[in-house]
Design a protein around this ligand. Structure first.
Ligand SMILES: [Zn+2]
Ligand SMILES: [Zn+2]
Length: 118
């Protein structure tokens, strides 16, 4: 998953090295998802290998590194999973929905703060 611009400052300077160690030294280039993504399309560990055709779609797998707690500062290996783009996107989807909801709520809150009483 591309690093979102608003989060770029939150990643440590050596993130590319950390990410590479997780994806290749630890995971051996294979998605480490064992169902955390919740998409229920693979049982056991996801078979997708970096650079190989993805199961189901056949598009080229790009291995990414996911933060299980969605906190980019937390680069403890326990918090990191090598994930193919399919697993990663699905894993993040609920989190993104939650973030969007909170953003909407806080902007609604702002609007009502600044609105003149009728
Ligand atoms: Zn996967
Ligand atoms: Zn998965």
């Amino acid at each position: 998953m591309p690093i979102r611009p608003e989060n770029r400052d939150r990643y440590p300077r050596d993130w590319p090295d950390i990410s590479r160690r997780i994806r290749f030294d630890r995971a051996g280039g294979r998605c480490e998802c064992e169902g955390e993504c919740g998409r229920h399309t693979h049982s056991g560990r996801c078979p997708n290998l970096h650079g190989e055709p993805a199961y189901g779609t056949g598009s080229r797998v790009i291995l990414t590194t996911a933060h299980l707690n969605h906190t980019p500062e937390d680069c403890d290996p326990e918090n990191l999973r090598a994930m193919c783009q399919g697993c990663h996107l699905h894993y993040d989807r609920e989190h993104h929905a939650e973030t969007a909801r909170r953003t909407r709520e806080s902007s609604l809150g702002l609007v009502s703060l600044f609105e003149e009483p009728r």
